[in-house]
Design a protein around this ligand. Structure first.
Ligand code: GLC
Length: 536
């Protein structure tokens, strides 16, 4: 055996020690022992559901907890704050809440970079606060759905810290690694492969959000354990993030891959194993097939038609009329959400035109689908004047004319540009406010089962007039929405002869009757909504 000179032996020992310290791979820059990953298995233990069977039909409110209500003066919204606003949400008429990620995260903001799937974000409170929120929401007949991010974790997640340590690490296979830098990839306009120093890892959204390897059954099983962790605590379901991005098969096969649907069918089955839970998926590029695989998916694209129709664009009115002729009635609808790619806040898209805004809200809330109201939409919150991109849309809730309603401290972010005029305090007392309109529409939907969960029939777009019918056994609603600047009338036929059409909206309207041939002609004033209900 050749002897090693003492200096070289020392260098070798030091190198081996360094390699051991960062998990054997070398070069990652990490020192110290690797963090433990919580891989405890979680068995199904369904606490059941006290919610009414139809709670899943909505409407839902999408809540950014960080921006909703601060309870302790640190300028950051929290779970205790949200609990204090549940009565407001109940009065708004929502039956469900979607909370953007409440799990611990590394981003200190939106929460999509998850560092612990079984812990609450420190800024928001504790698991006990979360349990209290769920109980308080349930007591009001409101379900709580949380964001779940299966596509990626935070780079600081213990599993990735391990994975990055080297090729021999037990968690290496939990993420997507290549020895060399793969070429030819372009995801959302940039190269998704990032230098991890022990290899190249795939991270579609941000170098700090590495994608999980969802071809690994171990990883999928672990996510299922995490899901059961929350379902066992009484969570009513999930909004699944970025389901179009779950699996990558190549530079031109990284979106909506066949495995993604299989994965989501697995999640759907898991969730369906619990009583009265709800699953809605986010796939901006390809929503409809996920509507099937998940049970519901956001109707991306449709929101732009809803906004354009409300402005009177006849092509968009036709698109709105046609959407649910083919799309499943279980799709989830919205006017906008927390992502700027889905559009600016509705107020900004309408330049503050409240007549158009109200027509959009009516369309959202009277049509099929499960409607989602983005927090503050019901009071016409604008984006922040001083911000751009996503933060512009994610400002503190305008409870009062200044930030004082949101926090006793300094808000974490600039407030909405129109907080002085568009805020809850001002609108609660005004009978003709936008808030009053939203409440009237949610009440109308919930008071008439045909509007809440009925069929979609006889939809007609005629210029800027849209009318359609919705029916359940014993009840048929006629909805007419005139987006135009002048009166319009429609003759609806095929109805029972000489039947009474009860006026449901506006409150000042009168009952009508069909003629002997089962027809009725309804005149709808400019930019207004008419709802009539036929009961048998
Ligand atoms: C979804 C979320 C978005 C997030 C991204 C990555 O698009 O809506 O806010 O940044 O997924 O998690």
């Amino acid at each position: 055996m050749m002897s090693t000179p003492p200096l070289r032996r020392l260098a070798l020992t030091l190198l081996l020690l360094a390699l051991a310290a960062c998990g054997g791979g070398g070069g990652s820059g990490d020192t110290g022992p690797l963090p433990e990953v919580d891989t405890r298995a979680v068995a199904q233990d369904d606490p059941g559901s006290t919610l009414p069977a139809n709670w899943r039909q909505g409407p839902f409110a999408e809540i950014f907890v960080r921006a909703y209500q601060d309870s302790d003066g640190d300028g950051i919204g929290d779970l205790r704050g949200l609990i204090s606003r549940l009565d407001y949400l109940k009065d708004l008429g929502v039956t469900g809440l979607w909370l953007m990620p409440v799990t611990a995260s590394q981003d200190g903001d939106h929460g999509y970079a998850v560092t612990d799937y079984r812990r609450i974000e420190r800024d928001y409170g504790s698991l006990a606060d979360f349990d209290a929120l769920v109980a308080a929401a349930h007591a009001r007949g409101i379900g709580v759905v949380i964001d779940y991010v299966m596509n990626h974790s935070a780079a600081q997640h213990p599993a990735f810290v391990n994975s990055k340590a080297g090729t021999g690490n037990a968690f290496r296979d939990w993420y997507v690694w290549q020895a060399g830098h793969p070429s030819g990839w372009n995801v959302f306009g940039s190269d998704p492969w990032r230098n991890g120093f022990t290899g190249w890892y795939y991270a579609a959204f941000w170098d700090q959000m590495p994608d999980f390897n969802l071809k690994s059954a171990t990883v999928v099983d672990w996510h299922h354990d995490n899901l059961r962790f929350w379902l066992n605590r009484g969570v009513d379901g999930f909004r699944f993030d970025a389901v179009g991005n779950l699996v990558e098969n190549g530079p031109s096969a990284w979106e909506s891959q066949p495995q993604n649907y299989t994965l989501m069918r697995g999640v759907k089955a898991l969730v369906a194993g619990y009583e009265r839970r709800f699953l809605v998926c986010e796939s901006p590029a390809n929503p409809l097939p996920f509507g099937d695989a998940c049970g519901s998916a956001f109707a991306f694209g449709h929101q732009f038609d809803l906004i354009a129709a409300a402005r009177g664009d006849a092509t968009a009115v036709r698109a709105v009329a046609d959407y649910f002729k083919t799309a499943p009635l279980t799709m989830s609808t919205m006017l906008s959400n927390h992502d700027s790619f889905a559009g600016q806040r509705a107020w900004d898209q309408f330049n503050g035109d409240q007549a158009q805004y109200r027509l959009a809200a009516a369309t959202l809330l009277l049509m099929p689908g499960t409607p989602f109201i983005y927090y503050g939409e019901e009071i016409g919150m604008a984006g922040a004047a001083t911000l751009s991109g996503d933060p512009k849309l994610r400002t503190p809730m305008s409870w009062t004319a200044t930030s004082a309603g949101f926090t006793s401290g300094t808000p974490f972010r600039a407030v909405s540009a129109n907080i002085a005029s568009q805020n809850v305090a001002a609108q609660l007392t005004a009978s003709n406010s936008l808030l009053a309109w939203y409440r009237a529409m949610t009440a109308l939907r919930r008071a008439n089962p045909s509007l809440n969960g009925g069929s979609y029939e006889a939809a007609v777009a005629s210029g800027s007039l849209l009318h359609f019918q919705r029916a359940v056994a014993g009840e048929r609603s006629l909805v007419l929405i005139n987006y135009g600047r002048s009166n319009a009338s429609a003759t609806v036929d095929g109805l029972p002869a000489s039947a009474t059409l009860n006026n449901a909206f506006p409150p000042s309207g009168t009952d009508l009757a069909t003629d002997a041939g089962g027809s009725v002609t309804v005149t709808v004033p400019a930019q207004s909504v008419r709802v009539l209900v036929l009961r048998s």
